[in-house]
Design a binder for this molecule. Structure first.
Ligand SMILES: [Zn+2]
Length: 318
């Protein structure tokens, strides 16, 4: 019995010893934790650190506000035109302002249109590959190029009755052209295609020839650089009356007939006399572009260039 009791006491003491040790260790850890925390808060009080994210956000908000103020100043200079036309592009705001400074006689809507058309910058600068390949509202000009390997879908040969051998157009344009030429023929007028689809390689050679002959600056006024020729789209053609040179097409009855009727078949005179600034080309009485009846009618009725139509209704609606 006495041995058992002794053993019980020993166990009891051992347990008390363990508990005491735990308590002591706990107190030590607890004290160290608070001492470190105290030192930390003391040093951080000296230099109160704000998280970087908050600082960045604040900075961003301030620049945003500043830009907002600057932008609203610029928009005021443009008569808040952004609220009036849907083709206004905020990304071009600085270009609008610069262009307006250099063209004070133009109204604000024209400023927006011209910059959207790209004509605030020299031809062949700021160029981009064109969108809407294989559609009738595809735009090719001195700012919009076609890929060098682009060959339009569904090219078909024009009936030799209305063309000088082997000329091709995109089928929809071909049909429209043949209908137009057929109707003109009923009035004894000959509208003959003399150049239509031209490949990229063809244009390389053609432009090089002109460049050699007249120099780059002159060649640029009447010939397109490869990739920038509308003829590669398969949607346009040069015509003549089958007799006098195409450059004199303007003097023919065929030309007068086309002035009145081409739009009804979906064709527009692509480089009119009063639009050279927008199209980038000298007047060409012989070059017609198929855009479809609806667009052709709008362009005809409103006497605008295809560039303007595109800036207002195609690019502008994006
Ligand atoms: Zn042409």
């Amino acid at each position: 019995m006495a041995v058992k009791r002794k053993l019980k006491i020993k166990k009891k003491n051992f347990a008390i010893f363990l508990i005491c040790n735990f308590v002591v260790i706990f107190l030590i850890v607890f004290t160290i934790h608070f001492v470190i925390k105290g030192i930390n808060s003391f040093t951080s009080n000296k230099k109160k650190k704000v998280p970087t994210v908050v600082v960045e956000k604040k900075k961003k908000d301030q620049t945003k506000d500043l830009n907002k103020d600057k932008n609203s100043e610029k928009l005021k200079l443009l008569g808040n035109i952004n609220q009036k036309v849907d083709f206004f592009k905020m990304d071009y705001l600085d270009r609008y302002i610069e262009y307006k400074n250099n063209n004070k006689d133009l109204d604000n809507e024209q400023i927006i249109l011209n910059v959207n058309m790209g004509i605030d910058q020299p031809y062949y600068t700021n160029t981009k590959e064109t969108e809407y390949l294989n559609t009738t509202y595809l735009l090719v000009n001195k700012y919009h190029s076609l890929p060098s390997d682009y060959v339009p879908n569904n090219l078909q040969t024009i009936n030799s009755k209305y063309s000088i051998g082997g000329m091709k157009l995109v089928d929809e344009a071909r049909k429209a052209f043949e209908n137009m030429a057929e109707d003109a023929l009923k009035e004894k007028l000959h509208i003959i295609a003399m150049s239509s689809y031209r490949s990229y390689e063809y244009q390389v050679n053609l432009y090089n020839k002109y460049e050699k002959q007249d120099g780059k600056d002159a060649a640029d006024t009447y010939s397109a650089r490869a990739g920038f020729s509308e003829h590669q789209s398969g949607l346009c053609l040069d015509v003549y009356d089958g007799e006098i040179p195409y450059t004199s097409f303007e003097k023919t009855n065929e030309f007068n007939w086309m002035q009145k009727n081409a739009y009804k078949y979906g064709f527009i005179l692509r480089f009119p006399k009063d639009k050279t600034n927008e199209t980038g080309y000298k007047y060409e009485s012989w070059h017609y572009r198929y855009v479809g009846e609806e667009i052709a009618k709008y362009i005809h009725d409103n006497n605008i260039s295809f560039e303007e139509y595109y800036a207002r209704f195609i690019e502008g609606k994006k």
